[in-house]
Design a protein around this ligand. Structure first.
Ligand SMILES: [Fe+2]
Length: 582
């Protein structure tokens, strides 16, 4: 590997070049301000911030193919998102000029009471995406929004601001989701989510998968196909996001609620760590790939300009405080982490994995988190993040095995969080997790090896939207894992999402699941509901019901997810070898 200083210089150069050419925030803001004064139809073309502006665009076909979204809400504002893409799978199909997009936000669905409107530039260097940061809205209010470009109107979206900071909030209803491998199934879960009554949605990563067609195959077979080989370039990542976002159910869920998103690994590449790729690339080549992946992610998500990437860096960790009820710390455990120990995979601990210098969050994010936890006055402190937090031995007590990619692979980092929480005597930490394609619920003990030690919170792990295929009620190794890990109280292997109902005294998680994803049309039901209160009793199951039509038990085991990724990896390596031969 190249030496550290050379690498830092190289990254700085890449960042500076990007700053000059693409991400000049000043001209970005100036350009956006200037266009507001343009009158549509009067000025046909004007040059702004290095781009020709076509103020009267005519589209060959409908440009709002990717729908609309809103996100990163505050008590007085929210981000409104869309992207002009008449040809979504083929680079977007827009000319290399900037196009003004009008937006309006109203109190009612029929837009009779418009509270604000404006014009934003859809720029070619950001794939003609639009991120409007509306401010001056009322707290805890539902709003409706839409866009117009040329003669075309976008679909209508619905959004909601956060309650006023510190205000007394009686209830919050939200859902969280993760892992939506497009080929593994239909997004039926999102159709049902869109019909829920929610204030907010969190996405905890694996929004896209980077694989070529049928490289990553689910146990129940792939039912849709990625439109290109493994994604590497900015165009590849844009087309992949566009393919996922073309799904009607996903669009419906985005249009229904504001979303707060964070990524996991597959938004770039399986199990990457900071600047270290999983396979087959130099660090230099991977940094360019990461910059492309991060940029495409920004372009397709309702994020604020504070998340605009700087070359291969992007600030995604951030806090959302929901009145006095909950402080959500949205983490990024990929961009700053130490490389996986012990060659990655599922392994016993070793001096390498136990090294206290290892980090998942990086120093800055860790300090930021501890500062938020120290100053929080909320009833609940939440980590909305990617990977399994609780200890999770899927070997035996005499020969334990842990996932080197999750918090178990970074035990010193987890201990620092737990020591901090213990030091503050907290009993209100809720961890929300994705990544592992199954539902889990765990009590968080100050000592995972002692089930009698105090409980400082609970972890709710959400299943995937599609990744892994249909699944089953339980797997072959479920009973064994629950036996080995008495703090883990619940497992289920159907697809779906988690709906949470939060009040000052209790946190309820409803595991909403569908029995199959290989065909559309599955019904949704609540497999189980768990409640956590701050009373040292830990998780309580309040209801459970069988899921009609679902497979009761499968031959799958936890290791199979790892094996499926290894197969995908081997197929990719085969493809690379083929290319070299040709
Ligand atoms: Fe995943």
């Amino acid at each position: 590997m190249a030496d550290e200083r050379h690498m830092e210089d190289w990254i700085k150069k890449l960042t500076d070049e990007n700053q000059d050419k693409k991400f000049d925030r000043r001209s970005f803001l100036k350009g956006t301000g200037k266009i507001a004064g343009l009158s549509l139809g009067m000025v046909l073309a004007q040059s702004i911030g290095g781009f020709e502006v076509n103020a009267a665009p005519k589209f060959q076909s409908y440009p709002f193919t990717l729908g609309v979204a809103s996100g990163d809400p505050l008590p007085d504002g929210v981000v409104l998102w869309t992207r002009l893409a008449p040809e979504p799978l083929n680079g977007g199909g827009m000319p290399g000029e900037a196009v003004p997009v009008k937006w309006e936000i109203a109190r009612d669905e029929r837009f009779r009471h418009i509270v604000q409107h404006g014009t934003e530039l859809a720029r070619p260097d950001l794939a003609h995406s639009v991120h409007v940061e509306v401010s001056g809205l009322k707290p805890n209010q539902v709003y409706y929004y839409r866009f117009k470009s040329g003669y075309e109107f976008s679909p209508i979206g619905r959004t909601k601001t956060l309650p006023a900071a510190g205000s007394a909030v009686k209830e919050l209803k939200f859902a969280f989701a993760s892992c939506q491998q497009y080929e593994h199934g239909f997004y039926t879960a999102y159709k049902h989510m869109a019909e829920e009554d929610l204030d907010l949605v969190f996405h905890l990563g694996d929004y896209i998968y980077e694989y070529g067609p049928n490289e990553y195959v689910s146990a129940t077979g792939n039912v849709r196909t990625h439109s290109s080989a493994e994604i590497m370039s900015l165009d590849d990542y844009r087309n992949r996001h566009a393919q996922y976002r073309s799904d009607a159910n996903l669009k419906a869920a985005h249009a229904a609620f504001p979303w707060v998103v964070t990524w996991d690994d597959h938004e770039v590449e399986n199990n990457y760590a900071d600047k270290i790729p999983e396979k087959g690339q130099s660090v230099e080549a991977f940094i360019i790939r990461r910059a492309a992946a991060y940029q495409a992610y920004y372009e397709h998500m309702p994020l604020r300009k504070t998340s605009l990437p700087n070359g291969p860096d992007m600030r995604l960790y951030r806090n959302f405080t929901y009145g006095n009820l909950a402080s959500f710390n949205v983490l990024d455990t990929r961009q700053y982490r130490s490389d996986q120990a012990n060659g990655d995979g599922n392994k016993p601990q070793s001096p390498e994995s136990l090294d206290p210098r290892r980090t998942l969050m990086g120093q800055e994010q860790e300090s930021w988190l501890f500062n938020n936890l120290s100053t929080s006055k909320a009833h609940w402190n939440v980590l909305a993040q990617q990977i399994f937090f609780a200890q999770w031995n899927f070997g035996t007590s005499s020969a334990p095995v842990y996932s080197m990619d999750s918090w178990d692979g970074y035990p010193a980092q987890r201990q620092r969080v737990m020591d901090f929480v213990k030091g503050k005597n907290m009993n209100n930490l809720i961890v929300l997790t994705g990544d592992v394609h199954a539902s889990w619920a765990s009590n968080l003990h100050t000592d995972f090896n002692n089930p009698k030690s105090p409980i400082f919170g609970a972890e709710f792990v959400g299943t995937s939207i599609t990744s892994g295929g249909n699944g089953a009620d339980k797997r072959k190794d479920t009973d064994h894992i629950l036996e080995q890990n008495p703090h883990i109280k619940f497992f289920n292997d159907y697809r779906g999402y988690v709906r949470c109902k939060v009040t000052p005294v209790q946190w309820q998680a409803d595991y909403r699941v569908v029995p199959f994803v290989t065909e559309p049309g599955a019904a949704v039901s609540t497999r189980a509901s768990y409640v956590y209160q701050k009373d040292q009793m830990g998780l309580q199951r309040v209801s459970a019901s069988a899921v009609p039509q679902g497979l009761k038990i499968s031959e799958q085991v936890e290791e199979d997810r790892f094996t499926a990724h290894t197969h995908a990896h081997n197929k990719q390596m085969g493809q690379i070898k083929e290319k070299v031969k040709q």
